[in-house]
Design a protein around this ligand. Structure first.
Ligand code: CUA
Length: 421
């Protein structure tokens, strides 16, 4: 007999274990978890989820207990009486029709309410961010501020942000697990998603993902989102809306002697030295980035670059020669640079203010950037960016690049890009 009691307790124990597991999914332990109350959107979704789990658990426990009880209590015994037939028992049939109907109503009402709540148009005064999916990166535009940026976006806490979702090529899906989503990016149709980061949130960096399979680098199509204080956002937005800070003509006039002599210990230092009056804006502090938002992707083996060259990178030469010779201008816009207006690739106006490159795949630093320019397709499978490094094997074209830039010229372009703060 004790054996039987233990068996009937199994479903209840399983449900309890499931509930305990779910309640343990915390903000710190699982930094990309959706079980957070950081926005109005995920607060209402989570309330619905908890209600469904609550009713689902009760149904599971009651049904399993009744089932196990019935199987054991009314099992066939040798010489036992014939089973009592209940067909036509009106009271029973009404009961087992009514109970599920009531449960469905209890589930349907909050479900429909939440659907309407999350699908209605964004409230007035929301910050519009146009999200444009590309294989395999994200374009973000802020029409209110005249900003075009890529892969990293800033939004102020306490203000509703309304995402207008479209795609340049195939289907993608926008998802910041801890804040809200997912919602698809569809050709020829604008989808909307809005949420309001809680005004009690500290300035925080979040991971985002493409969550609709979109080709070979679908898993490499990541987002960094920064929810920041309103004054930090204003500072960021004002700066991002301004033209590129590095002006090669002014830099050349300011440093008529050999630029290498002016170079600092790294490309970034060199760039800062040659920039006359760098405008600046808020950038999410690198020391506040959690480990989970810092890219961990290893540089692929066989992609060699002499990092010592980066220290001698000349931003002016990178701007006037490398950027043109490398063909960068054919795909990338830099606001304030004549001719650099294409939006095939990410807008690079303030690329040095971003923490990542290649859609969140690598850190935005000299060594990663140099290798990215040298052979992007080796760094990220299927990348549409051409292989620029002279002598590099292009895995898509299946040829070796004979023109392109040598490592020294790449160092110049890196110095230039690192000057675009
Ligand atoms: Cu874009 Cu998957």
């Amino acid at each position: 007999m004790p054996k039987l009691r233990l068996r009937s307790a199994v479903p209840a124990l399983l449900s309890l274990a499931a509930l305990l597991t779910l309640s343990a999914c915390g903000l710190t332990e699982y930094p990309n978890s959706t079980f957070n109350h950081t926005t109005d959107f995920n607060t209402s979704i989570d309330a619905l989820w908890q209600r469904l789990v609550f009713w689902g658990t009760i149904v599971f426990v009651v049904v399993e207990a009744a089932l196990i009880f019935t199987i054991i209590r009314y099992r066939k015994r040798p010489g036992g009486p014939a089973a009592q037939q209940i067909h036509g028992n009106a009271a029973l049939e009404i009961t087992w029709t009514a109970i599920p109907a009531i449960i469905l109503v209890l589930i349907a009402i909050p479900t429909v309410r939440t659907i309407f709540e999350t699908q209605k148009p964004a409230p007035a005064g929301a910050l519009t961010v146009q999200v444009i999916g590309h294989q395999w990166w994200w374009e973000f535009r802020y029409p209110e501020y005249g900003i075009t940026t890529a892969n990293e976006l800033y939004v102020p806490v306490g203000r509703t942000v309304n995402f207008e979702l479209t795609t340049k090529d195939v289907l993608h899906s926008f998802w910041i697990p801890q804040l809200g989503g997912k919602r698809d990016l569809i050709t020829n149709k604008t989808n909307y998603l809005w949420f309001t980061p809680s005004d009690t949130l500290e300035s925080t960096a979040w991971n985002g993902f493409c969550t609709e399979y979109c080709g070979s680098s679908h898993a490499n199509m990541r987002i960094r989102m920064y929810t920041v204080q309103p004054d930090e956002f204003d500072s960021w937005a004002r700066h991002q809306a301004s033209p590129a800070v590095f002006n090669p003509a002014a830099a050349a006039a300011a440093t008529p002697v050999t630029p290498v002599a002016n170079a600092g210990p790294n490309a970034q230092g060199a760039a800062a030295d040659t920039t006359p009056a760098p405008a600046s804006g808020y950038v999410f502090p690198v020391e506040k980035l959690g480990a989970h938002v810092v890219p961990q992707t290893p540089i692929p083996a066989g992609l060699d670059y002499d990092d010592a060259l980066l220290a001698g990178g000349d931003a002016t030469r990178g701007a006037t020669q490398g950027f043109m010779l490398g063909g960068c201008i054919g795909c990338h816009a830099i606001q304030g640079v004549p001719g650099a207006v294409s939006n095939i690739g990410p807008n690079l106006t303030h690329i040095a203010s971003r923490h990542t490159i290649a859609s969140g795949l690598y850190k935005n630093d000299g060594p990663s950037l140099a290798r990215w320019i040298k052979n992007a397709r080796h760094m990220k499978p299927g990348s549409i960016m051409n292989t620029i490094g002279r002598g590099q094997y292009d895995p898509i074209m299946k040829t070796t690049v004979t023109a392109g830039l040598d490592d020294r010229q790449i160092a110049d372009v890196v110095a230039y890009l690192m000057a675009l703060k």
